[in-house]
Design a binder for this molecule. Structure first.
Ligand SMILES: [Fe+2]
Length: 465
């Protein structure tokens, strides 16, 4: 007995398997077996005689004819029985193959987000179901079919033509018909179709199938199949495709929506980037303005910003928060713009009245920034950067965590930077003394956690004066 095991032979195509079975049978049973792909319904009847057996094998997407012909003798009952079993095995194999294709196609529909990738993959997989020469997917916009994806045209060097081709309804009767009827159009032989429009690049097309993709009652796209042989496509192909069209339409809509969302998002990112870069320019100009007015503190705000960022990171704050602290620090003394230069540049210590005048710079800074939309959130931090942990600061005398964290960080760095910098009325304090001063006031003037992070960062060499 001949052992036929199609299921386990995954590597070979079933046509190859049938060929090898045929060889064995030819030797043993003296009959010839063939398997042909069928595209036309008319040839699908079972024929059994003692000279020839034809058994149609049909699944949802495949149609084949298994034929056995007696070579050196007539066919007997055993041959018929054997071929019927073989037909069943092939059918089982095809159904398995079909399930695989369906799974693959469904996965493509679900997983591919990029509209072009999705269509490319779908066209590739559809070739197994509908044997086309070339195929295309077009999106319908203003009665014009714009091709998003196509495949197979390179065989007739028509791929370049396709990449720039748009099919207008008024020029093509085929498209007009599909749009009018909202139904697929099958042209079994273009030579018999009186309205076929001949274009040199596609003159080789002999049969043609156009299927509309309908979403919520409207045609959104069209999938077309071309063949260089007449009678390639049949009504069965339309049936095969019918189960895919709704999911096709839905994924086309999803992909379109996703693409437009992506475009919107990209535009938003570009705008944000521009905004951010112009915001930084504004901050830099504002920061520089103070230093022009108070040249003795040149670079003070930038140094405070640099060290505050290190402390923010040391405290494990999120990146966005750290950036925000940098902006606040860069602008913390912006209110000094309104203080007379003579006071700011006074080479000796300030008297109490002058001190009070200088001290209102945090309030002035707040009032300047709160009016600017994009810097509005920075304003409260500027307002509080002279508040102290024990409530001894100004302008409100806020205590511990009533003070914003950003302001508590800037407070420490502001004092440290001022102490370690030279002033016209006093020399810079040695680093050790400045550190001692901060440590002495830990939990009194300064947030202990901020001071700890500051000391840790200093120890790790992350802060350079
Ligand atoms: Fe200040």
């Amino acid at each position: 007995m001949v052992n036929v095991n199609i299921e386990n032979n995954e590597k070979e195509s079933f046509e190859d398997i049938v060929k090898s079975i045929s060889k064995i049978l030819k030797r043993n049973l003296k009959i010839h077996i063939s398997l042909e792909k069928l595209n036309r319904l008319t040839y699908k009847e079972e024929v059994i005689s003692n000279k020839k057996i034809s058994i149609p094998i049909k699944t949802t997407y495949f149609s084949f004819m298994l034929t056995g012909v007696g070579i050196e003798r007539d066919l007997n009952n055993k041959d018929i029985e054997f071929l019927k079993i073989l037909a069943l095995l092939i059918k089982g194999y095809l159904e398995k193959e079909e399930a695989k294709i369906l799974k693959d196609l469904t996965l493509s529909f679900i997983s591919k987000r990029n509209i072009n990738e999705l269509f490319k993959e779908i066209l590739e997989k559809l070739e197994k179901i509908i044997p086309y020469t070339s195929a295309s997917i077009g999106l319908l916009e203003d009665d014009t079919l714009k091709y998003l994806s196509f495949r197979g045209y390179e065989k007739y060097k028509a791929d370049k033509f396709m990449s720039s081709f748009n099919m207008r309804r008024e020029d093509f009767y085929t498209l007009d018909t599909v749009l009018k009827t909202k139904k697929p159009l099958l042209i079994e032989d273009t030579k018999d179709y009186p309205f076929w429009v001949y274009i040199p690049e596609t003159a080789w097309i002999r049969s043609f199938l156009m299927i509309p993709i309908i979403y919520e009652g409207e045609i959104t796209g069209i999938i077309s199949f071309d063949s260089d042989k007449a009678y390639t496509f049949s009504k069965e192909d339309i049936e095969k495709m019918s189960s895919f069209i709704p999911i096709f339409a839905l994924s086309l809509e999803n992909a379109k929506l996703y693409e437009s969302l992506k475009r919107e998002l990209e535009e938003k990112v570009i705008i944000e980037k521009r905004l951010k870069s112009s915001l930084y320019q504004v901050i830099k100009i504002a920061s520089d303005l103070v230093e022009i007015k108070d040249p003795y503190t040149a670079g003070h705000q930038k140094k405070v910003a640099r060290i505050s960022v290190v402390i923010g990171r040391e405290m494990g704050l999120p990146q966005e928060k750290v950036r925000y602290i940098a902006i606040c620090a860069l602008l913390h003394d912006i209110g000094k713009i309104a203080i007379p230069s003579e006071i700011l540049n006074k080479p000796s210590a300030l008297n109490p009245l002058e001190r009070r005048l200088v001290n209102i710079h945090s309030e002035i800074g707040y009032n300047i920034l709160k009016k600017i939309n994009i810097l509005g959130e920075v304003a409260p931090v500027i307002y509080q950067h002279h508040e102290r942990w024990d409530g001894s600061g100004y302008p409100l005398g806020l205590k511990d965590d009533e003070i914003l964290l950003e302001a508590r960080i800037i407070a420490v760095v502001d004092v440290f930077e001022a102490m370690t910098s030279h002033r016209p009325y006093r020399p810079a304090l040695p680093l050790e003394s400045a550190i001692k001063e901060i440590l002495d006031k830990k939990g009194i003037l300064y947030d202990p956690l901020v001071v700890d992070a500051f000391i840790q960062a200093l120890k790790n060499g992350k802060i350079r004066i």
